[in-house]
Design a protein around this ligand. Structure first.
Ligand code: PLP
Length: 343
């Protein structure tokens, strides 16, 4: 009954097998390994982007921060949702790597940026005088931090507003696979066809040991990203072990299968909580995160039985819980937890 985070789960056997296969003989270091050639090829095929530049780093914070630094100069601003991971959970790394560039918050219900609020924020910031931060980037998150997802059309609506003001667009895809299977969209529809310049494709939360891919659809940005990755200490020498994870992830649709399992477990959990007296969802459950109010006695029973999850208390939801499912959450795990909540 472990619902604290999806990165608390273990690693699927397909990925461990791929690591064992990669673990023989010599391979060139620093991303020149032959497995990385296959990763590049596979990513370009999966995203229908034959020109895309593809890099691997070990954390989502690095992936986001290095990506934003490529889009936003030290005198610039990157616009993000008020609950964005780059704002709440990355210890100012985005601002650090942007060398002075700052985040500007844009509101929106259920974790999705409101197009009118984006328009209004940009309206206030432009035309930027020499005294103001220059709006330079838009960063969106899909799956959002509140467990909802953007459709490709919703992404496109926001990126059109940003592009009209000359902003570059980054998509934080720490849970990209969960958003894809939730919408049935193709990776291309969800990214470059919807106006995204750079996507950070999460692996760790969906089963890898620790790899995120950064995909730059404009190869002209590649050299700058490479320089920034090295300068930021994120160019791995024994790179083949990163490559092997990402290749296994994308091969035979493993990434989508893992995400489907996580999303299905979250749906089961959400429907179950709604059936409990006093149980109510705080945000729609569209991927693998459930935000729900449950009665205090239910919390007490579940905690006493060993369930692990974070409380997400707010003024309006003093008994709010945040429950995250992962690729190996079973129906039995969910049902046992629901049984304790019901009492
Ligand atoms: C977890 C997460 C990240 C990456 O976090 P790291 O701990 O740096 O790997 C990035 N964005 C979102 C939305 C996340 O949930």
């Amino acid at each position: 009954m472990f619902f604290s985070s999806d990165n608390a789960s273990c690693v699927p056997p397909e990925v461990m097998d791929a690591l064992m296969r990669a673990n023989s003989g010599a391979e060139m270091p620093y991303g020149h390994d032959t497995i990385m050639d296959q990763v590049r090829h596979t990513v370009r095929e999966v995203f229908e982007a034959p020109e895309a530049a593809v890099y691997l780093v070990a954390t989502g914070t690095a992936a986001n921060s290095l990506s934003l630094a490529c889009l936003c100069p030290p005198w610039g601003a990157a616009l993000c949702h008020s609950t964005a991971h780059v704002q709440m959970d990355e210890g100012n790394a985005p601002e650090f790597f942007m060398d002075g560039g700052k985040l500007v918050l844009v509101p929106g219900a259920d974790g999705r940026m409101d197009p009118d609020a984006l328009r209004a924020t940009l309206g206030r910031m432009t035309p930027a005088s020499i005294h103001n931060a220059l709006p330079a980037a838009l960063t969106l998150t899909n799956t959002t931090e509140l467990g909802t997802v953007y459709s490709p059309d919703q992404i496109a609506e926001l990126t059109a507003i940003a592009r009209a003001a000359d902003l570059g667009v980054h998509l934080d895809g720490a849970r990209f696979a969960n958003a894809l299977v939730a919408t049935n969209a193709s990776p291309a529809d969800m990214t470059w066809k919807a106006g995204v310049d750079i996507v950070t494709l999460g692996g760790t939360k969906n089963g890898l040991l620790g790899v995120e891919a950064v995909i730059l659809f404009d190869p002209a940005r590649a050299t700058e990203f490479e320089r920034r990755r090295k300068r930021g200490g994120h160019l791995f020498s024994k790179h083949r072990y990163l490559s092997a994870q990402m290749l296994a992830y994308l091969q035979d649709g493993l990434w989508l299968r893992l995400a489907r399992q996580a999303n299905a477990a979250a749906q089961r959990l959400a429907r179950g909580i709604e059936s409990i007296p006093g149980g109510r969802l705080i945000h729609p459950c569209e991927a693998n995160i459930v935000f729900a109010d449950v009665p205090e006695a239910a919390h007490t029973r579940a905690r006493a039985a060993g369930a692990s999850y974070y409380l997400n208390k707010t003024v309006d939801h003093p008994l709010g819980a945040r429950l995250v499912t992962s690729w190996n959450t079973t129906d039995a795990d969910v049902d046992r937890f629901l049984g304790h909540l019901r009492g």
